[in-house]
Design a protein around this ligand. Sequence first.
Ligand SMILES: NC(=O)c1ccc[n+]([C@@H]2O[C@H](COP(=O)([O-])OP(=O)(O)OC[C@H]3O[C@@H](n4cnc5c(N)ncnc54)[C@H](O)[C@@H]3O)[C@@H](O)[C@H]2O)c1
Length: 265
Amino acid sequence: MNNQKDIVAGLGEIGLPIFKLLSKSQIVVGYDTNPKLMNKKEFDKYQDLDTTFLHICIPFSNKFQSSVKSLFRKFSPDCIVIHSTVSPYTTKKLQSSLKNVPIIFSATRGVHKRMIRDLRRYTKFFAIEKNAPNAKLISNKFSRLMKRCGVKTKKMSDPLTLELAKLIVDTSYYGWLINYAQMSKTIAIKHGIDYDEMWSFSDEIHKFLGNRPKLFPGFIGGHCVIPNLSLINEETLWEIDNINNSFSKKAKNVKSRNKRFHKSK
Ligand SMILES: NC(=O)c1ccc[n+]([C@@H]2O[C@H](COP(=O)([O-])OP(=O)(O)OC[C@H]3O[C@@H](n4cnc5c(N)ncnc54)[C@H](O)[C@@H]3O)[C@@H](O)[C@H]2O)c1
């Protein structure tokens, strides 16, 4: 413990677990535009302490940059850490307008219902722009902070790689795999065969080569995979949303057609 504090801005599904994790190793206060989520007493108690890290855990929107800038003006931290999922080039744009404060981008992985466990078991990747002030010093400080919280870190060469990694090889890739499950399920229903039995043909190959994952053919809901498509806005990736939407319609239609067909036999 020292005479500085960290601030977590946005006390939602990732902000709250990050707050809990940090609070084990140092003074941390939470801030949210929804006052009901804040502990006002604690917030006021540490008002006069300087802020080391300002942890950004707010959803991405077209107001994201202006929100981060106003949070920076409000708290004057030594460093900003963005844990949110963001559009490519967000860190670069923010760093070029907030020249005097280093900005770390550290994408968050995990599922909200077990977020603390996931934060601890997955390495927290992070990256910082080369022209950020004190980039090396602040990177080491962030790694040490995470280590004190029981979180491993790995530094990537630049924030853009990590911004794209979160969207391309995490959430969209997951959606793409579910799409294949949806398509193969639709075909299985159409021909009246058992989905799991069909997929058992791939089990051994997957076991030995790891390249035939079988996913559950459900509808992709939630607020990750599909909303994140608009952050990357790549025409090809919008197919994930199209296939997902047509799955929900087709699966229903094919099921009722099959029922009618079998009844008439
Ligand atoms: N939920 C997850 O499992 C998960 C996993 C990985 C990444 N993420 C990413 O984390 C980010 C946050 O997601 P979440 O699920 O925690 O959102 P959430 O909606 O659960 O919480 C966001 C919180 O931020 C507050 N907020 C909004 N604007 C603010 C501002 N300007 N200042 C202070 N507080 C503000 C809201 O009132 C809300 O309480 C998103 O970018 C999301 O994509 C979420």
